[in-house]
Each structure stands twice: as structure tokens, then as C-alpha cells.
Design a protein around this ligand. Structure first.
Ligand code: AMP
Length: 214
């Protein structure tokens, strides 16, 4: 199964993709996680991307397309994958189509997670992410057992620089302008499923699996 999860920041793409990886063995490909790791490692990719990420702006298409192309060639992605946070522009969607044509491995389904803006702001402003393993928590909805310590690996939990309210609003505006057009793009190909995603993660997970036949 090859899936794309679309939806604004905070719609639950990362949470749902991680669960599909854990339960269904799909390779979770998150361009945001890969870029944050590059920033943490201080690589040239990370140094180039950081300023844009901190401001809530998109990293150039050619950069993220290169990352995804490399990742999709890995053996763990051959059995199926779920793309989280990519594509974000029609240019990226065209590039993805070309890459997958080369692999003879078309996308099976595109799921658009739908949530209201105020839910997104509440989710993201309370979000805390493990600096080591990227596991996600919420100060109120899913707190860690010990404050600011990851249950899974003991790493330090921090607020992402781009999860501050003014940056969240900018990321939502970027989503509306650059990424929302992808709903029509994929609807035209008959692959799009729209899924209400304002409820608890378990409920969304069950609905998502049913929607894609997993
Ligand atoms: P995310 O974790 O998906 O919310 O991504 C965090 C940030 O990484 C975004 O605000 C962008 O700056 C950058 N980013 C992640 N994925 C992409 C992408 N497909 N295209 C451009 N920028 C991206």
C-alpha cells in the first residue's frame, strides 16, 4: 500500500503515519522529521533549511524532492509507504508522480485529514516533541509520564520552534496557498478520500484504516 496523507499542520498526519508504520508495516516518510534531523545534525541540508522552517516557510521543492527520492529507494520502503508532509506543492506532486512512474509503483490512495483551524492551533501550541526520537506528546491531551521527558527513550521534550502561535498561523496560510490545491489535483485522479480528523487519534486511526482498506 502506497499512501499520501494530506492536511494542514496539526491535522494528525505524523501521529497517524507513525501508527500505520507500527501496525501495518508501512514505511513512514516524513520530510519534516528528516529536515529536523538534518538541522539537529548540523548538516549542510539542515543549515540551508533551518531559517525557512523556523519562519514557517517551505523549503525549496528540489531539496525535498531529492530527500524523498533517496528515501523511497531504500529497501524498507519497497513494501509500501505512507508520505507525511510531502507533497506540499503541485511541483512536488508532479515530481513524485515521475519518481513513482520510474519505480512502476503508483500511489494507491491520498487521504486528506480535515480539521478546524482552532483545533489545529490548540493541538500544535501544546505539542512537545522528543529531541532524540521525535515522539510526540501534548501537554494536556497526551502528556508524558515525567514532565518534559520522553516515555519511549528518555530524551528531552521540547517545543518545536515552528509550533509558536504566530508561526502556526503562517504555516496554515502557506498550507492554504500552496498545499490545498493538491486536494483538487488528486481528486481529479480519483484517488482522494476526505476524512474528518478532529476526534481522538484512536478514532481517526480506525476510520483511516477503513477508508483505505487496511
Ligand atoms: P512538518 O513537520 O511536516 O510540519 O514540516 C516542518 C517544516 O519543514 C515545514 O514548515 C517546512 O518548512 C519544512 N517542510 C517539510 N516538508 C516539506 C515539503 N514537502 N516541502 C517544503 N518544505 C517542507
Amino acid at each position: 500500500m502506497r499512501l499520501i496523507l494530506l492536511g494542514p499542520p496539526g491535522s494528525g498526519k505524523g501521529t497517524q503515519a507513525a501508527r500505520l508504520e507500527a501496525e501495518c508495516g508501512l514505511c513512514h516518510v516524513s520530510t519534516g522529521d528528516i529536515l529536523r534531523q538534518a538541522v539537529a545534525d548540523g548538516t549542510s541540508l539542515g543549515r540551508a533549511a533551518k531559517a525557512r522552517m523556523d519562519k514557517g516557510q517551505l523549503v525549496p521543492d528540489e531539496v525535498v524532492v531529492g530527500i524523498v527520492e533517496e528515501k523511497l529507494q531504500r529497501p524498507e520502503c519497497r513494501k509500501g509507504f505512507v508520505l507525511d508532509g510531502f507533497p506540499r506543492t503541485t511541483g512536488q506532486a508532479d515530481a513524485l508522480g515521475a519518481i513513482l512512474r520510474d519505480f512502476s509503483a503508483p500511489i494507491d490512495r491520498v487521504v486528506a485529514l480535515q480539521v478546524d483551524e482552532e483545533v489545529v492551533v490548540a493541538r500544535l501550541s501544546g505539542r512537545r516533541t522528543c529531541e532524540e526520537c521525535q515522539a510526540m506528546y501534548h501537554v494536556r491531551l497526551s502528556p508524558p509520564q515525567a514532565p518534559d521527558v520522553c516515555d519511549r527513550c528518555g530524551g528531552r521534550l521540547a517545543q518545536r520552534d515552528d509550533d509558536r502561535e504566530e508561526v502556526i498561523r503562517r504555516r496554515l496560510a502557506v498550507y492554504e496557498e500552496s498545499t490545498r490545491p493538491l486536494l483538487d489535483y488528486y481528486a481529479a485522479g480519483g484517488k482522494l478520500v476526505r476524512l474528518p480528523a478532529g476526534g481522538p487519534p484512536d478514532e481517526v486511526h480506525a476510520a483511516l484504516k477503513a477508508a483505505v482498506g487496511l
